[in-house]
Design a protein around this ligand. Structure first.
Ligand SMILES: [Zn+2]
Length: 319
């Protein structure tokens, strides 16, 4: 299974900054150590043209040329630097690459990404560009090219966003777009305090734990399927619903989070929907808790990737 990383492009942060930047490198080390079947690949950069499928030219220029105002940088939560631009491009490129790979191989992942608070014209909440939104557009275009169709929205993308924070930027970007379904399951009282309207929102009470969470997820997938005929899934697998998370306010156990991942991967596998996934948030008091949860997501993904390959082989021999 292919997985794309960009942790070597480190974003310089002031001492004591609350964003756990080290988690990306730690995750790559864990994956390299435990999962030889996962092929780690450096993420390509997203081009200006790719970013412009979602973001305004003014905003892209402000980011690229270092012209973000102090207020814009504050809303993003990172100070501007050349490295921030490169890292943000690579993080988008990783999700785009994961989508392209998943289209052919069933499943692929990004060790970063899930920057769902970025809007078309502004960044927010540690998110500069919206990788999931750009990748949704790119995979529609790629599909149209492969199928010699001029109608790329015919390829329908379901975004299943299970980060504990609402995918507000993604919801706003696809608000009037029938070809992309945005499902967000998030904490009702958590950031962003002014929510956007996703295609489907499930707001959970503080303290929600494994059982009601997984039930809500299963019900949400039934509703999604009832309303939308997806061709492709992008899974935003935030590790911040964990009980140990500083920002999450929910109470999932590591096992509960594994069950969550299994529900999503199995749902897509059974429906033969290619799936790309990315990491999004994770701010546990001990960084090891976040990294371990993300490693578990990769383990579950690998299990279903192998099932994809087995199914292909057995169908090829029986054909
Ligand atoms: Zn989050």
């Amino acid at each position: 299974m292919k997985a794309y990383f960009c942790d070597q492009f480190v974003l310089p942060l002031p001492l004591g900054h609350r964003f756990p930047m080290q988690k990306y490198k730690l995750l790559r080390d864990q994956i390299a150590l435990f999962f030889p079947l996962i092929e780690l690949t450096q993420a390509p950069e997203a081009s200006d043209g790719q970013l412009a499928l979602v973001h305004t030219v003014d905003y892209i220029e402000a980011v690229v040329k270092g012209q973000l105002s102090a207020q814009q940088q504050k809303e993003i939560g990172f100070p501007w630097s050349e490295a921030m631009v490169e890292r943000s491009r690579r993080s988008v490129g990783a999700t785009v690459a994961a989508c392209q790979t998943a289209l052919n191989e069933g499943i692929a992942g990004n060790l970063a990404g899930g920057t769902h608070h970025a809007y078309s014209n502004k960044g927010s909440g540690f998110c500069v560009f919206n990788d999931v939104a750009v990748a949704s557009r790119m995979i529609q275009i790629l599909w149209a090219r492969q199928n010699k169709s001029i109608h790329s929205p015919a390829f329908k993308v379901a975004i299943i966003d299970l980060d504990v924070h609402q995918g507000d930027g993604t919801a706003a970007i696809f608000k009037n777009d029938d070809s992309v379904w945005t499902l967000s399951i998030h904490g009702a009282t958590n950031f962003p305090f002014q929510k956007q309207q996703s295609s489907q929102d499930v707001a959970l009470a503080d303290g929600c734990d494994d059982k009601p969470y997984c039930l809500a997820l299963k019900q949400a997938l039934v509703e999604l399927e009832h309303n939308f005929k997806a061709d492709f899934v992008i899974y935003v697998a935030g590790a911040d619903p964990l009980k140990t998370d500083r920002l999450g306010k929910l109470s999932l156990s590591p096992e509960g989070l594994q069950t969550r991942d299994k529900i999503v991967f199995e749902w897509a596998y059974e429906r033969r929907l290619p799936l790309a996934f990315c990491m999004a948030g994770g701010y546990s008091h001990s960084i090891a808790d976040t990294v371990n949860a993300q490693k578990n997501t990769f383990e579950m993904a690998l299990f279903y990737w192998q099932k994809w390959q087995e199914r292909r082989r057995s169908e090829a021999t029986s054909a």
